[in-house]
Design a binder for this molecule. Sequence first.
Ligand code: FO1
Length: 315
Amino acid sequence: MRIVVLTGGIGGARFLLGVRAYAREVGAEVTAVVNVGDDLLLHGLKVCPDLDSVMYTLGGGADPERGWGRVGETWTVKSELAAYGAEPAWFGLGDKDIATHLVRTTMLNAGYPLSAVTAALATRWEPGLTLLPATDDRLETHVVVDGDQGQRAIHFQEWWVRYRADIPTHRFVFVGADTAKPAPGVLEAVGSADVVLIAPSNPVVSIAPILAVPGLRDAVTDGPAPVVGVSPIIGGAPVRGMADRCLAVLGVECSAAGVGGLYGGRSAGGLLDGWLVAPEDEGTLVPDASVRSAPLRMIDEAATAAMVRAALELV
Ligand code: FO1
C-alpha cells in the first residue's frame, strides 16, 4: 500500500509520526510532500522550516516543545549575530540547526536541487519515509499587510514570527507559484498512491502553497487515489499555531466544517472524498465528502496512528 501525505508545519510533522507508525504496522510505504512556502534566505543560508521540522521530528532530533529546530539547542551564533546588530533578530537560528542550513546551502550553490539536498540530509536522519519538497523551484508565501505607507508584502516568516499575525492582513501570495514545477517524484507518488492524506496542517499557509504548484492539485483531484483530510480545527480552534488568523484573512469560518468546505468535496470539484473531524465536531457536513469523527489529539504516536487508521477506514 502506498500512502502520500500533503503536509507542513509542526502539526504536520507530528502527524507523520503516526502515519509512519501505521505504515510499519501494515507494511505500507509513505511519501510526504512537504510545503516549501515558509522557506527563506537568512544570513546567506537557505532555511526550510517545514522540511526541517519533518526531518528532525521523524529523525528524533526535534525539540518536542517548540516543534521546530533541534532538541538540546544552543544559541551562540544567534547571540553573536545580535551583538553585531545583524538583522533580522526576530528569527533565531540554533547552532545545531545552522549546520543543516550550511550543508543545504552548500549543496544548492553547487547546483543540487532541493529534492536531492533533502534526500542527502535525510540519509543522516533516517525519517523512515520519503521526503519530497512540493517543488524544487522558488515558492515563497508572502503576506500583504497594512504598512504606514499603504499596503506592502512581507515574507511569511516576518508575519508569523515578528508580528505573530497580529497586523492588519489582506491576503497571501505564493510568490513563484505560477512557474514552479512539482519536484521530481511528486506527480509519480500521487499518481501511484493508494490513498492521499491531507495532514492536519494549516490549510492556508501549509497546504495551499503545496496545491498552488501547477499540476499538483490536478494530480490529486484527477488521480486514482481517494483523498482524506484530517481537520486541523477542533471545536472551533486550531490545535496549535494560528490557522484561525489565516482563515480569518480568507473569510473562512474557523471550524472543521469551514476547512472541509475550503478543501471541498471531490465530486463537487474539490479535493476530499473523506474528512476526519474530532468528536467535538460530530455532525460536521462537507458536501460530497463522507465525514467521520475520531479523537484527533496527537498526544503520542499510537493516538496519531489511530487517527490515520480512522482516516483510511473512511475510504
Ligand atoms: N519560530 C518562531 O516563533 N521564532 C523563531 O525564531 C523561529 C526560528 C526558526 C528557525 C528555523 C526553523 O526551521 C523554524 C523556526 N521557527 C521559528 C518556526 C517557523 O516559523 C515555523 O515552524 C514554520 O515556518 C511554520 O510552521
